[in-house]
Ligand binder design. Structure first.
Ligand SMILES: Cc1cc2nc3c(=O)[nH]c(=O)nc-3n(C[C@H](O)[C@H](O)[C@H](O)COP(=O)(O)O)c2cc1C
Length: 798
């Protein structure tokens, strides 16, 4: 492996890790809890030279001006990214790396949550005073979420640059009355590149990137090249590559750089960004064991008070973090986990020429040309008592998953790491030979064991990307393997057929190309993405259970045909079937099984005298506020549509309304109707017992509430296939009465592409037919207006 030696004194605690990216199961329209402030723009009349630019970063943020100055270069590119699940950050980093590699142009990728992006105004104002051409080009890689909103990390910046507007009008044509930024002319002449990330399934496609681009133009900034637009529904990567080819040339043209040496250079060796250094004799207290922390390792001790169920001991953090957020999760005990499905399977049929997985696995059965996979769905309750954490029904919970040992070991083996090497504690140090190293962000907290990095910090099951295959190719010692890897990295069609379609991870690719002798530092430091936080709609009611946070998670596991990556897609005899699984959901399932096994064997985790590196059966989590909320006035009716796991927030809504009706009958809680859909009433009907018990209490007159759970089953033998939109349509008159007449709210949670779209259309149709409207168009406009009024709310994902 070739570690450099390092003793304790050499070990700098290599700090901040950006943990803010996220892969999603659920999303939402939300707003960060803290109201963003408008920054004061540096006065246009400032007379000092660039060297004296005002560094006046907002509290808690690093100064951009100081950073630019510290780079001390003539020309440079500073790229900001707005990213929730890491794509925008990844693409921004790729452009920055390429600029440095191909043009020797220093480039820095900045998280606007970390750096005060509003200092671009201060910088530009001062730079203009020099009377020379702008030396710094800025870049904006911005993803859009929810109702056309920015990501959490870009919310402050977006609010500042848009002057507090930036919502509502996708064209970005709003005028701002008191436009400090425009008046300052600070951004006039500012060169920038821009790439918007989004998904056409959503109504507000690329709204943030588009609006920002328009606003920058209005502020006098000058875009270099075209506005890039990536559509996740088709191929973000293809859109990006197409844009990048011309953007790179435009950047070179702008800076008058020599581009003759640009292009893919197969023969140029890869210069690693980091070196991996073994940390000898390190104090155990300095080592990270998988905990997420922006600053220093964290430790836990067992609390005196034990959990009151079979989940064992509660652990308290020694020296608690002052805040809990996306960079400082709270570790919350699993108070309960319970399966929600009964005997649910998915069956996959395949051609007879495909090699099937080995039989005998506990999660799937293999038959003739068939794979049958168990489906699981869990309810998990997290205990937040005493943590100071609070949530409101409808919020989201973010959790950080851990890779399974099988995956970790497979990759470690493919990297030829011995057991001892896997357990060795290392740090990554910037490699002075790589120009980008000085600005490179460390991908995970260190020092930590390689095993920890692979298990807790890096996503080992991520699909290998084309540009990463190019890096692997450079380390292949076998000429045929090298050529194939280069071919895959250059030929999109072949790449999609052999790698992307079957979501091949690094272990699978390295196994198929055994001659690739890649340094572990490159894989850990440059190739594997960080594990991103996963979000779930909270399925418990804060009114009923303020100390518990409920998660409803269905396991993602599927079988797909897979072509051997070292062979052409036409070589069908090399095709096999592989089983893939979702990282977070399979981790929750493992935790559930471990808890169950531990409890039944009476081997409960016991208290430790020594501080624990990681508390057992505790999940790193934080609460993310959302606007997906019940009406403030509980008397108003609510109509909810949530098939499958889309029921999660509605379990919370229903329980809350039921609880309120039971404990405060004087309030007279309004009608509470849930349209729920699944395959079969006896198999995957989530929370059926709970819903039935509530309905029974209502039926018996114990609780006064107009509670209806209206079901649609799609695979119930002897019955017609039904979907939720059919049921909504069947109850058109009542739905109209509750929403159109009584002023109630309408909610949808679940699949954005089909279900949410169909339900939306159904509601428009109901409005037209029941609301004395002249046309279907009027019905649609009514739904749109309902949305504007905050009475039509969606929590949907593509
Ligand atoms: C729950 C959810 C909501 C989204 N909402 C929008 C949207 O309103 N408009 C849009 O163009 N894209 C939307 N997207 C797509 C993301 O912007 C796109 O996947 C992007 O690549 C994510 O970038 P990131 O990984 O840097 O966060 C949404 C994606 C998810 C998962």
């Amino acid at each position: 492996m070739g570690f450099l030696g390092l003793d304790t004194t050499d070990v700098a605690i290599l700090t901040t890790v950006g943990l803010c990216s996220a892969a999603y199961f659920l999303f939402f329209k939300q707003k960060k809890a803290a109201a963003p402030q408008r920054a004061v723009v540096a006065p246009a009349s400032a007379t000092s030279k660039v060297a004296g630019a005002t560094a006046n970063a907002r509290p808690g943020k690093k100064s951009l001006v100081d950073k630019i100055r510290s780079l001390n270069n003539e020309k440079q590119l500073i790229i900001f990214f707005g990213s929730q699940t890491g794509t925008a950050e990844d693409l921004a980093t790729r452009v920055a790396t390429e600029c440095t590699k191909q043009y020797s142009l220093p480039a820095l990728v900045c998280d606007p949550e970390e750096y005060d992006a509003s200092e671009i105004a201060a910088w530009m104002t001062e730079e203009k005073e020099t009377g020379e051409e702008a030396k710094v080009m800025f870049g904006f890689f911005m993803a859009t979420y929810g109702e056309g909103e920015p990501t959490d990390n870009a919310a402050d910046f977006y609010d500042w640059i848009m002057g507090g507007t930036g919502k509502g009008d996708d064209e970005g044509d709003e005028e701002i009355d008191d436009d400090e930024l425009m008046d300052s002319e600070a951004l006039s002449g500012m060169p920038y590149i821009a790439f918007a990330l989004g998904n056409k399934t959503y109504e507000h496609y690329n709204a943030v990137g588009r609006r920002l681009d328009k606003r920058l133009a209005r502020l006098g900034a000058v875009r270099v090249g075209a506005l890039g637009e990536g559509d996740d529904d088709e191929s973000m990567e293809e859109d990006f590559l197409k844009w990048k080819t011309t953007a790179m040339l435009e950047i070179a043209k702008h800076f008058k750089l020599d581009v003759t040496a640009s292009g893919t250079q197969r023969d140029a060796p890869h210069v690693p960004l980091f070196e991996m250094v073994q940390a000898h004799e390190i104090d155990r207290q300095q080592i990270y064991f998988g905990e997420h922390s922006a600053k220093k390792p964290r430790r836990w001790s067992s609390s005196q008070e034990s959990g009151n169920d079979n989940s064992g001991v509660r652990y308290e953090e020694i020296a608690k973090a002052a805040t809990v957020d996306a960079k400082h999760p709270h570790y919350s005990r699993i108070a309960r986990s319970a399966p929600l499905f009964v005997d649910v399977h998915d069956e996959y049929g395949f051609d007879s020429n495909l090699r099937l997985p080995k039989p005998g696995h506990k999660r799937y059965q293999v038959g003739a040309c068939k794979v049958r996979i168990e489906r699981h769905c869990l309810h998990v309750d997290l205990d937040i008592a005493g943590s100071g954490l609070k949530y409101v029904t409808g919020d989201h919970v973010g959790v950080w998953p851990v890779n399974d040992d099988e995956h970790v070991d497979r990759l470690a083996k493919a990297l030829h790491l011995t057991d001892q090497e896997r357990d060795s504690v290392v740090v990554l140090k910037p490699n002075a030979a790589n120009m980008s190293a000085a600005n490179a962000k460390l991908p995970f907290p260190a020092p930590c064991a390689i095993r920890t990095a692979l298990a807790s910090y890096l996503e080992v099951s991520a699909c290998v990307k084309q540009h990463q295959l190019e890096v692997l190719a450079k380390y292949a010692t076998d000429p045929t393997e090298r050529d194939t890897l280069f071919a895959l990295s250059e030929n999109r069609e072949r790449y999609v057929a052999t790698i992307e379609k079957s979501r091949k991870d690094f272990a699978e690719v390295l196994e198929a190309f055994p001659s690739v002798a890649i340094p572990v530092a490159v894989v850990l430091g440059e190739l594997l993405p960080r594990i991103a936080v996963r979000y779930y709609s909270i399925s418990s009611s804060s009114l009923e259970e303020p100390d518990k946070v409920g998660i409803t998670a269905v396991m993602v596991r599927y079988a797909i045909p897979s072509c051997h990556p070292a062979h052409r897609p036409e070589d069908k005899e090399h095709d096999s079937v592989v089983i893939k699984q979702g990282l977070a959901t399979s981790w929750l399932q493992r935790l559930h099984e471990e808890r169950t096994e531990t409890a039944t064997s009476c081997d409960l985790p016991s208290a430790h005298d020594e501080p624990l590196p990681l508390p057992r059966f505790h999940l790193p989590m934080y609460i993310r506020t959302s606007t997906f909320k019940l009406p403030k006035n509980p008397r108003l009716p609510v109509v909810m549509v949530g098939p499958g796991t889309g029921v999660a927030p509605f379990r919370a809504f229903v329980r809350e309304r039921f609880f309120l009706a039971k404990t405060r009958p004087d309030i007279q809680v309004g009608a509470t109707w849930l349209f729920y859909g699944c395959r079969h009433p006896d198999k995957d009907f989530l929370y059926r017992d709970e819903f039935e018990a509530m309905q029974k209490a209502v039926g018996a007159g114990e609780v006064k509430l107009d509670l209806k759970i209206i079901t649609a089953f799609s695979r119930w033998e002897g019955h017609d296939k039904k979907y939720v939109q059919h049921r909504v349509q069947e109850h058109a008159a009542q739905v109209w009465d509750m929403v159109g007449v009584q002023g109630g709210s309408f909610y949808i949670c679940g699949d954005a592409k089909h279900m949410a779209h169909d339900v939306n259309a159904t509601l428009g149709n109901i409005a037209y037919n029941n609301g004395a409207m002249n046309s279907l168009e009027q019905g649609k406009a009514w739904v749109k207006e309902l949305k504007t009024k905050g009475r039509y709310l969606e929590d949907v994902w593509a």
